[in-house]
Design a protein around this ligand. Structure first.
Ligand SMILES: NC(=O)C1=CN([C@@H]2O[C@H](COP(=O)(O)OP(=O)(O)OC[C@H]3O[C@@H](n4cnc5c(N)ncnc54)[C@H](O)[C@@H]3O)[C@@H](O)[C@H]2O)C=CC1
Ligand SMILES: O=C(O)CCC(=O)C(=O)O
Length: 527
């Protein structure tokens, strides 16, 4: 049974799903050092935002196949390291959208009406109505930075509250924004015109300290700011200063540059117009069930050899698309392996041509499968669907893709051409029925061969006696031929011969094969 570590509090429903296929250890109080120490035991880890999967931690996870983030943001995971190590990283892109959007609205209303401070005052024995006169959000302008899933739901609700919505999102079309009742404008316009500003973008190098002293300075006096996205997008020192000076009328923060927020953080000292919650955006029963199910199912599937639907470091495939493509992925991988072995030395360019019925399919998974196959002889189990593209790029392999729906020899076929230090080689393969793999051409010589573990290929002149001489030679070395096929384009011209053999070729035999009169080249292939 594979082993899964759950290192943050996860809804029981997720643990139950994981337990169908794995031994599950729930350890939610590990120190970073303890995590690094025990990670080598595990095939998968499931986390929320509490666990930091640093480069060092991931590199310690020698057996990890998948990292499951029960939530959206994967900024607590060193995704490039995971990718390099061939570990799938999955998240739950939508499971907590509503929860985070509703928390944002709750923050906005709380800021407007001083609800936390009024509650505290009343519970402290006072009846103070004067200090808590608020403002209405109706007819005010809300600036949304990042109009993705959460930002969009915030826009919809805020619109219903009668707010005017301005949005800044450089990756979104104006049409999409208009559909949500928002006007897409430049950042500076949002900052200058908004009465409330709410952040819903990822934390990246680009968004680090997006809200800084300079940008705070151009905002409206008394602006109220909400951050339920990520700490570090707002410069905490600058915002605390802006609160103290009165420039900013209120802030509501759910997320912080350092989490947990330090006990001595100056933010804790600020007044009634500052609301802090301990990263509660996703903390609803519904969201926690959603993300636990979503991510646990993906971990289960990956451990069973199925694709993940929301991998952040490989293209996700819908189960129906996966079912259709699966035999072609196996075909592409086999062909990549074959063409790589024929090419022998370094490959600079791989052309992947999709023909017939798959010419209009999603090509990326097929290309990745071909690259995985191509790199397998060199990298063995270190290459997989996650890191094949990166490994290929790092090795300087340039990939091109072409499509030709008009090729109708088989319902769908894949043609790979590898250019490398030793020239060019090409192979084609197709499916017989729904899933039986066939090699249908080698260097454009037509054949129809079922690939086997060991194969011997020759390029030779089509002439009498050559098959007999090769057969006798293999017999002398006690090599059993399972099947044999010759492909040629013209009688007594160039030809290719493919022998499926039962055992590995003894060393020295290949040298004798190339010395047979008429043989121009020979290759041993191990698939
Ligand atoms: N407080 C909490 O518990 C939770 C926080 N989050 C955080 O909320 C944020 C948003 O999540 P979703 O809406 O699900 O993500 P999303 O990916 O659907 O939306 C993010 C949007 O930000 C935009 N964007 C990216 N870079 C930008 C930039 N430089 N300037 C302006 N816009 C930019 C994107 O185009 C996209 O539309 C994430 O940081 C996520 O980690 C999500 C769930 C819960
Ligand atoms: O796990 C959590 O509660 C945090 C959720 C979150 O921040 C996210 O999904 O990005």
């Amino acid at each position: 049974m594979p082993k899964v570590l759950v290192s943050d509090p996860i809804d029981q429903v997720g643990i139950d799903i994981l337990s169908q296929v794995a031994t599950v250890d729930v350890k939610t109080t590990l120190s970073p050092e303890e995590l690094i120490q025990i990670l080598p035991e595990y095939d998968a880890i499931m986390i929320r935002s509490g666990t930091k999967l640093t480069k060092e931690a991931i590199e310690a996870g020698k057996n990890l196949k998948i990292i499951g983030r029960a939530g959206v943001g994967v900024d607590n995971v060193d995704v490039p390291t995971a990718t390099r190590m061939g570990i799938v990283v999955v998240n739950s892109p939508e499971g907590n959208t509503i929860a985070a959007a509703e928390h944002t609205i709750a923050m906005m209303m709380s800021l407007s009406r001083f609800i936390p401070a009024a509650n505290q005052s009343l519970k402290g024995g006072k009846w103070d109505r004067k200090s808590f006169t608020g403002v209405e959000v109706y007819k005010k302008t809300l600036g949304i930075l990042g109009l993705g899933k959460i930002g969009s739901h915030v826009a919809t609700v805020a619109k219903a509250l009668g707010m005017r919505i301005l949005a800044y999102d450089p990756y979104l079309t104006a049409e999409r924004a208009e559909k949500l009742g928002a006007h897409l404008v430049e950042l500076e316009i949002v900052l200058r015109e908004a009465d409330y500003i709410t952040l819903h973008l990822p934390k990246t190098k680009e968004t680090h300290h997006l809200i800084n002293a300079d940008r705070l300075a151009i905002m409206k006096d008394g602006v109220r700011i909400i951050n339920c996205a990520r700490g570090g997008i707002i410069d905490e020192v600058a915002i605390a200063d802006a609160i103290k000076s009165g420039k900013v009328g209120g802030i509501a923060l759910d997320v912080f540059e350092n989490e947990p927020l330090e006990a001595e953080s100056g933010l804790r000292e600020l007044g009634a117009n500052v609301i802090l919650t301990p990263h509660l955006g996703a903390s609803t029963e519904e969201a926690q069930t959603n993300v636990a199910v979503d991510v646990a199912e993906q971990i289960r599937d990956v451990l069973l050899g199925l694709p993940a639907r929301s991998a952040v470091n490989i293209p996700g495939l819908r189960p129906d698309v996966w079912q259709k493509l699966k035999p072609y992925l196996q075909l592409a991988e086999m062909l990549g392996n074959l063409v790589g072995q024929l090419a022998g030395g370094r490959v600079d360019t791989l052309n992947v041509k999709l023909q017939g019925e798959i010419a209009n399919s999603e090509s990326q998974p097929i290309v990745v499968a071909a690259l995985k196959g191509l790199l397998t002889p060199a990298l063995r189990e270190r290459v997989n669907f996650v890191n094949a593209s990166i490994e290929a790029k790092e090795r300087g392999i340039h990939v091109t893709e072409t499509r030709d729906p008009s090729v109708e020899d088989y319902s769908g076929s894949i043609h790979l051409t590898a250019h490398g230090s030793q020239g060019q080689q090409s192979v084609t393969g197709a499916l017989l029925g729904k899933s039986e793999i066939r090699i249908t051409s080698i260097n454009d010589f037509p054949i129809n061969v079922a690939p086997t573990h060991y194969m011997l290929l020759t390029l030779h002149r089509d002439m009498p006696g050559i098959i007999g001489r090769l057969g006798s030679l293999l017999g002398n070395f006690n090599v059993n031929i399972a099947s044999m096929q010759v492909g040629r384009r013209m009688v007594r011209g160039e030809a290719v011969m493919v022998l499926n053999i039962d055992d590995p070729l003894p060393s020295g035999l290949l040298d004798e094969v190339v010395h047979i009169q008429g043989v121009t080249d020979a290759f041993v292939v191990k698939l």
